[in-house]
Design a protein around this ligand. Structure first.
Ligand SMILES: [Fe+2]
Length: 359
């Protein structure tokens, strides 16, 4: 069986195909990458039989309809999906197989009512039902989302062996894969909780704006194939609802917007501490000029390097920086702010970045 993870960015697509029959399936193809998929299929001598969406997407336009129209492949989703041009409606436990490539689909509602997870030869394609580590899972607050349903769906993992390789629908930290064993140990969504605790935990999460995502959902239900039909913010970890600054993380940390951070820093007397990893600091999102790099995991040991005056903590999306800020407040700092939305929001606002190596 041929198995490939495509799109190294935040949205992951999977190619599964039979080596024997050259028949292929694409899972969660993205509209803007349809030409790349068609080229790949051609180069590999594969025939696309089915394009699958694991759920109605809210953060990007699906490529399934375009692939269906261009190749004659079927478009498959869970039977409850409202997407108008789906022609294979899958039930829980159903399989699709071509030669030596067989996929089994399990209904796992929560992120959306129509969410599927997919078993493919010892691998679990977890869609937005479960992400890797700190990423937690897809958010549950969009139309059709349900914390109760997600809690129940998590039980589907119980019977799966720890060694099951897990491939998520998104990853915003550059991780390609994990194992269920590793997720059971580190993913905040899988931490053992009663239903009540689970509800409370989700309600405590601070999620980003979702209005634009409702427009994307509607466009995907209508099978829109114009990539410019909906305005989709770039560089935002929109689908993710991950580890919050929970009770153990310390006091609440006030936030400044990127614009406020820029203004206060320019005024002097404010230190910037970037708590991401070194490769993120010098990576695609760059960093704010003058920000000192102290990864969150090292902060406790490097408090002496943090000036005692006003401090702004910065990370990729605003979550780690909130935790770092809480750590500083707990350690005696009085004037600490976390930059809302992190370097994603800074870039989104078009503010200047530097790409030098770590300092
Ligand atoms: Fe999603």
């Amino acid at each position: 069986m041929i198995f490939r993870q495509l799109n190294p960015g935040a949205c992951r697509t999977y190619l599964v195909a039979s080596e024997k029959t050259k028949e292929a399936l694409l899972i969660d193809p993205v509209l803007t990458k349809v030409d790349e998929y068609l080229k790949l299929l051609k180069d590999e001598g594969l025939r696309l039989k089915v394009a699958v969406d694991t759920h109605t997407h809210a953060d990007h336009l699906s490529g399934c309809t375009a692939l269906r129209d261009k190749t004659g492949a079927s478009y498959a989703m869970h039977s409850s999906a409202g997407v108008v041009r789906v022609d294979k409606r899958l039930e829980d436990g159903e399989t699709l197989g071509y030669g030596d490539a067989t996929l089994q689909f399990l209904h796992a509602p929560g992120h959306t009512q129509d969410s599927l997870i997919v078993l493919a030869g010892g691998r679990l394609l977890s869609g937005d039902f479960l992400f890797i580590g700190e990423g937690g899972s897809g958010r549950l607050d969009l139309p059709g989302g349900s914390i109760h349903a997600h809690y129940d769906s998590l039980k589907r993992l119980d019977a799966m062996p720890g060694g099951t390789l897990m491939f998520p629908g998104h990853d915003y930290r550059g991780n390609a894969q994990s194992t269920l064993e590793a997720e059971r140990a580190s993913n905040p969504v899988l931490s053992p909780r009663s239903r009540e605790e689970y509800l409370k935990w989700w309600e405590s999460l601070r999620l980003g704006p979702a209005e634009w995502m409702k427009d994307v959902l509607k466009a995907n239900v209508a099978c829109v194939c114009d990539p410019n039909a909906v305005k989709i913010p770039q560089g935002v970890s929109a689908c993710e609802a991950c580890a919050p600054a929970g009770p153990s993380a310390g006091p609440a940390v006030p936030e400044w917007s990127p614009q406020e951070v820029k203004q206060k820093h320019a005024g002097g007397g404010v230190s910037l501490v970037d708590v991401r990893e070194p490769e993120e600091y010098s990576g695609d999102l760059g960093h704010v000029r003058g920000a000192t790099l102290i990864p969150l995991g090292q902060l406790g040991d490097r408090l002496a390097e943090v000036p005692k005056g006003a401090v702004v903590t910065i990370c990729k999306s605003g979550r780690r920086s909130a935790r770092a800020g809480a750590q500083l407040l707990a350690a005696g700092w009085k004037d600490v702010h976390s930059m809302a939305g992190g370097m994603e929001a800074w870039n989104e606002a078009g503010l200047p970045v530097e790409f030098t190596a770590s300092v």
